[in-house]
Design a binder for this molecule. Sequence first.
Ligand SMILES: [Zn+2]
Length: 177
Amino acid sequence: MRFAFLLAILAVTLPAQQRSRKAHEHGAAKINIAFESTKGAPKGVIEFEAPAESVVGFEHEAKSAADKANQAAALNTLKARFGEMVVIPGCKITPKSAKVEVEHHDAKTKGAKHEEHSEVHAEFDVQCAKPLAGTVISFGIAKVFPKIHDTDVALIAGEQQSSVEVKTGKETLRIAK
Ligand SMILES: [Zn+2]
């Protein structure tokens, strides 16, 4: 699939400091936005990744009914309100999938303290009504999930590649052409 290819390019073209960041840091999220083209009525995909602690509130396996309900509610909030977290004027964001994945650390290492971590992964489809040239993408991530205070956003839109670190929520990304 073409978008998978675009997202793979994003992963290798990100600035070094972003790549070297720890994969799992509570409060830190990643968003990849990919548009194959900015012309016509562009279609794109967005990937979202964050520690479950920052979205669901806990990272142990949801076993109790209460935990399962809280986890489902958090994922539903993510799906329903993602359009407030990443605002692309003129485009509609539709949730494709959202799930919690348990990270498998080296728990078998003798004497190692077992740490339980899990990540939220979500994917969204984007459909825009008009060409993207001049579009300014803004962010409202902490309004939906206040525990997320630092998000690395990478964008590939046609031939443009850019990135921004969203901390205050006032940062933007502009699609040039
Ligand atoms: Zn964790």
